[in-house]
Ligand binder design. Structure first.
Ligand SMILES: Cc1cc2nc3c(=O)[nH]c(=O)nc-3n(C[C@H](O)[C@H](O)[C@H](O)COP(=O)(O)OP(=O)(O)OC[C@H]3O[C@@H](n4cnc5c(N)ncnc54)[C@H](O)[C@@H]3O)c2cc1C
Ligand code: SF4
Length: 496
């Protein structure tokens, strides 16, 4: 640490967000461009360079956080970029999207605000690109071995980059028209602009990765043919089988899954559509589900100029401080967090009720009712206690022309006679495809990485999965590997 007293003299300062009134009129990222540069050196210097850095343990990638904090504090951006890329293929993704379990595990967080690790990470990544420290690293020689990666989300991209750099010839098959998985057609641009993705994909192409978009394995190309063509296969197809809202009125027009709604808004940003066919403009929107996907719907509906937006969360409002008994340091606690979308909703007073940030906590949906034309008009809900028992006298209705279901996902898709059937993949943990601790399935040469094996998770876990699965494939192909494996397939976040 450059300043041993930094944590005593410098308060935590986060990346400044653009004013709400300005940012809801566009789809650009919510933060002030370049806003971190003037503050990030002093923020990195709050790091105490602990003997046992719990932040490092809490990050699934094992990012070398104290090392790069010190390099940033000393203004050595080239070395910081090298140390960051030693463990993370795509730090500009995690630096924007990660919920930062590392910060929950920061030793400072025991009794004061954690180091802004995620902000330091994204600044190093941006500086690395701006100064030309991030370049294509094609392999020195080819191994003659070939690998097919199915799915181009963060797990597939990380696996493809690692294996290509190890000298294997890698092709990534993607059923969508563009590469990126949920980074492309799930996560809204105001959280991460797609130019971030393009820049990395160009790097992968320059290193030798081949992309085949518009090809669904199992439909356009049979799994058997793929296996015959390649020495190994990695299934990185995500966990996008959504949970349903099994209630009266689900069949009404105007009721959609979040993942039917969000990709259309992404396509407007890509320039494919002028207006989303499901646009929230002028509509009363109710989002059923209190998680991050729901918050992404909220920010999208606000930008589409909805008449009102509410988000229903069945759980009680979380506390503002960590419950030391239930979720002690260094685990990741469930806290009341004000995402950019909730801040926007709060300032713009978008909710029909007097709710601070459009969220209704402890709210259970009862049914949806519609008009004579079969269009949804109202969502009926009731307040519930911790055991989800309705509280008498709290039933009420919210006006609704568009209802978005954001209840999460129960695992990878399994279409009859699709990829999973053709490969004979079983079901493992959390609904994912069955695999052993080294990411291998029972089918020789077939491995599973990312949400497809782990179940619905996070970008940082997907990258860690891709890196670790690449190491397993490299070992399977050559008998040994020098590729790092930050996690095992059955590792889980730290909890009590
Ligand atoms: C709306 C939303 C917002 C999110 N926001 C965040 C966030 O802010 N931060 C965070 O950390 N995580 C977030 N997540 C979770 C994160 O996006 C996922 O955990 C991550 O993308 C999983 O990566 P993956 O590579 O395993 O799968 P995916 O990103 O799902 O990619 C799988 C890819 O496989 C392709 N595919 C599927 N089947 C086939 C086939 N048969 N042939 C060819 N291609 C196929 C799909 O088209 C897709 O492109 C969010 C998720 C959602 C839904
Ligand atoms: S990837 Fe996530 S957990 Fe790891 S250092 Fe970055 S913000 Fe923290």
């Amino acid at each position: 640490m450059a300043d041993p007293k930094g944590f005593l003299t410098t308060p935590r300062q986060e990346a400044p967000r653009r004013p709400v009134e300005e940012r809801v009129r566009d789809w650009a990222e919510v933060h002030v461009p370049g806003g971190l540069l003037p503050i990030v050196g002093a923020q990195a210097d709050r790091c105490m360079d602990c003997g046992i850095p719990f932040c490092h343990e809490a990050c699934p990638l094992g990012n070398l956080i104290p090392e790069w904090n010190e390099l940033v504090a000393r203004d050595d951006w080239r070395a910081a970029s090298e140390r960051l890329h030693a463990t993370n293929n795509f730090p500009e993704f995690t630096g924007r999207l990660c919920p930062a379990p590392c910060e929950a595990g920061c030793v400072l967080a025991i009794n004061q605000p954690a180091v802004t690790i995620k902000n330091v990470e994204v600044t190093i990544a941006e500086r690395g690109w701006a100064e030309g420290f991030v370049a294509a690293r094609p392999p020195g020689r080819l191994s003659g071995r070939t690998v097919a990666v199915i799915g181009s989300g963060p797990a597939g991209l990380a696996a493809a980059q690692q294996l290509t750099r190890a000298g294997h010839t890698v092709a990534v098959y993607e059923r969508d028209d563009r590469v990126g998985g949920l980074l492309r057609y799930g996560i809204p641009s105001f959280k991460m602009e797609k130019s971030q993705l393009e820049r990395r994909v160009a790097q992968l192409v320059a290193e030798g990765v081949r992309f085949r978009t518009g090809v669904e394995i199992g439909k356009h190309l049979g799994a058997d043919r793929l296996r015959a063509r390649y020495d190994a296969v990695i299934v990185a197809t995500g966990a996008t089988a959504w949970r349903e809202l099994d209630l009266p009125g689900r069949e009404l027009a105007g009721v959609h899954q979040a993942m039917e709604y969000l990709p259309l808004a992404n396509r407007v940003c890509e320039g494919d559509l002028e207006v989303s066919p499901l646009s929230a403009e002028g509509k009363h929107v109710v989002i059923v589900g209190g998680g991050d996907t729901g918050a992404d719907c909220l920010g999208t509906a606000v930008r589409e100029r909805a008449a009102s937006v509410s988000q229903l969360d069945i759980y009680a409002r979380p506390g503002d401080v960590r419950d030391e008994a239930a979720e002690p340091w260094p685990t990741y606690p469930k806290l009341y967090r004000l995402s950019a979308a909730h801040e926007e909703a709060g300032e713009l007073r978008t909710a029909p009720a007097a709710d601070a940030d459009a969220r209704l906590f402890a709210a259970s949906t009862l049914r949806l009712t519609g008009d004579a034309d079969g269009r949804v008009r109202e969502v009926h809900l009731v307040e519930v206690d911790a055991e989800r028992r309705p509280r008498a006298g709290t039933e009420r209705g919210l006006p609704a022309d568009l209802v978005l279901i954001a209840l999460g996902f129960h695992g990878p898709e399994r279409r009859a006679d699709g990829l999973a059937d053709q490969l004979g993949l079983g079901t493992g943990e959390r609904g994912g495809f069955a695999r052993d601790a080294t990411f291998a399935t029972e089918v020789p040469g077939v491995f599973v990485a990312g949400d497809a094996g782990r179940g619905q998770s996070l970008v940082v876990w997907a990258i860690a999965e891709g890196r670790a699965a690449a190491a397993a494939v490299d070992r399977w192909l050559t008998g040994s590997t020098r590729l790092p494996a930050p996690i095992g397939a059955h590792d889980r976040p730290m909890e009590v």
